[in-house]
Design a protein around this ligand. Structure first.
Ligand SMILES: [Zn+2]
Length: 338
């Protein structure tokens, strides 16, 4: 049973989840999944090794928790938070805690053993992105939680413990501080200018062009001006929509195409690339706001997060975003002409 504790020093919530220590751990931090395909609990045919499915895109006529699926969503077997948690919020002197109520799901992105999302077919990646939207819609309708974060850990350096390509959904009864900060900054800018911050940032980025990797009909792929990590990349919608649940089918298709291509290009430049993929959308607890815009962030784990970053919350990036964008552009163009 997990517990949420608030750190009064910095107004930050921490999830105490000792059961997650029982997860199968990699034998070596450096070895690259030597026998992962032989021991893959996410593979088709091993459905009994995961909790029962919450959603699956299946061939018609096949049964839940049986083979025949293409994308499958299950509760995390070692959840950091869970829906059925008992207990009540508590205060002890300066300290506050609450039971670890929430949702922790795994989105298994394909039935066969595959480590890279970008190696799946375009139609398959579209189904993965569609699944993100459907799970978010489900939790928004439930209205039990304050925030949903969909993320992906690719590679051990990014925190993955299983090689089979998958994403995770974590729903929490509070809004994580980084998301709060993004939303607050966006709303403040909106109140000052009656314009969306990202509208003005995109206008500037497209005019300058130095950090833009590619431009689609509905999205812009760019390396942010103050990137924290080498090759940090964002996929930003050109619409002013705050909530990913309202992404259209056409937008899902283009987003999948750009995501797949961006990851393929990054992997071409860095073949053993580890990265985190993050979907930021308006928290469930917030009113729909004209100030915020949903987006995808790709955070390659090329550099080290060390003492200065942990101690100061300030990052040292050894690759300028202008250089990263040029490298990605060049690799993108050579892939197109190959
Ligand atoms: Zn963000």
């Amino acid at each position: 049973m997990s517990e949420l504790r608030r750190d009064p020093w910095v107004d930050r919530w921490v999830i105490m989840a000792p059961e997650r220590a029982d997860r199968p751990q990699p034998k070596s931090i450096t070895a690259e999944w030597p026998d992962a395909s032989a021991d893959d609990p996410f593979a088709e045919g091993r459905e009994a090794e995961t909790p029962g499915e919450l959603l699956a895109l299946r061939t018609s006529g096949t049964l839940p928790d049986q083979p025949g699926w293409r994308v499958r969503v299950v509760p995390n077997k070692y959840p950091a938070v869970r829906a059925e948690q008992s207990g009540t919020p508590a205060t002890e002197g300066q300290y506050q805690s609450m039971p670890g109520i929430g949702a922790h799901e795994v989105i298994i992105e394909c039935p066969q053993f595959e480590t890279c999302l970008s190696r799946l077919s375009l139609s398959h990646v579209q189904e993965v992105v569609w699944t993100y939207r459907e799970r978010l819609r489900f939790h928004r309708q439930q209205a039990k939680l304050a925030h949903i974060l969909i993320f992906k850990n690719k590679g051990r350096a990014a925190g993955a413990t299983l090689a089979h390509t998958h994403s995770q959904l974590m729903g929490t009864p509070w809004v994580p501080s980084l998301v709060q900060q993004e939303v607050a900054t966006s709303i403040q800018y909106w109140h000052q200018h009656q314009r969306q911050l990202w509208t003005d940032l995109l206008q500037q980025e497209l005019a300058v062009g130095q950090r833009v990797v590619t431009v689609g009909e509905h999205f812009v792929v760019l390396c942010p001006y103050a990137s924290r990590f080498p090759f940090e990349t964002r996929i930003i919608p050109r619409t002013t929509e705050s909530c990913f649940t309202r992404a259209s089918e056409t937008e899902i298709q283009e987003l999948a195409e750009l995501l797949r291509s961006t990851l393929a290009v990054m992997t071409r430049l860095h073949p053993t690339l580890a990265y985190n993929l993050i979907l930021h959308t308006i928290p469930l607890s917030e009113q729909e706001t004209a100030g915020f815009r949903w987006h995808l962030e790709i955070l390659p784990r090329i550099g080290q997060t060390a003492g200065f970053e942990w101690g100061g919350g300030c990052y040292i990036n050894t690759v300028a975003p202008e250089t990263a964008a040029t490298c990605l552009q060049d690799a993108w163009e050579s892939a197109d002409t190959a």
